[in-house]
Write a protein that binds this ligand. Sequence first.
Ligand code: ADP
Ligand code: MG
Length: 253
Amino acid sequence: MSKVIISVKDLHKNYGAFHAVKGISFEVMEGEIFGLLGPNGAGKSTTLEIIETLRQKTSGEVIVDGFNLDQSPNEIKKIIGVQLQTSGFYPSLTLTELLHLFAGLYNEEVDPMALLDLVNLRDKAKSKYKEMSGGQKQRFSIATTLINHPKIIFLDEPTTGLDPQARRNLWELIKEIRAKGTTVIITTHYMDEAEVLCDRVAIIDSGKIIALNSPDKMIDELVATGFERPKEVKKANLEDVFIQLTGHELRAE
Ligand code: ADP
Ligand code: MG
């Protein structure tokens, strides 16, 4: 029996006269990886940042682990892990120094090595932030979401701009975090990412949820309507070829 950990009801967000989020409702279950999937401008980040207490909603109800966003935003902040803007990552500080700095903001004690182990960056503990590859930076930013031992972490397009090896590596990391009991809510505009990673996805377009289900069920429903791909589908794609040729190993490490 899983329990609802995030409940969003009839959420609206206006930016001036522009209606960015138009009455969306969904629930996230404890322990799942839940995806908000949609094209650029759909309203994914707006929705995420409202739940994270970082943006004001126009109307609607948001409850996180029993805490109402209107009454108890500080209680919500204590149990969530938010990816900090990379602009806050002073480029000349080492990873260990940055983790101590962020831990201070959360008023938490931190074991930098344990956190860096988790994201496979132990050997970079003394390296400066600016010296890391894109994939390493993303892994590090995920480590910062875990400083306050959150029940839920929020990841906004964590793999955008990464090469195939780094993307797959990050998917594994996100699955490991979930396996430890953390609920994950992630936004993406990559269909393949949602399909391999998410237990359930809400497809969001122009501020509205147009479908919500497991990726598997969505595909089954489409097939049940008689849908067929125009051409016979090959058993591999170009990314498979690329990974086969270049290997799974991370680059620029
Ligand atoms: P997504 O994350 O899905 O790409 P966003 O939530 O960032 O979408 O944005 C949804 C819509 O709201 C977009 O059309 C965007 O231009 C607009 N928008 C986002 N933030 C602001 C803002 N601060 N002021 C005005 N419009 C905004
Ligand atoms: Mg966004």
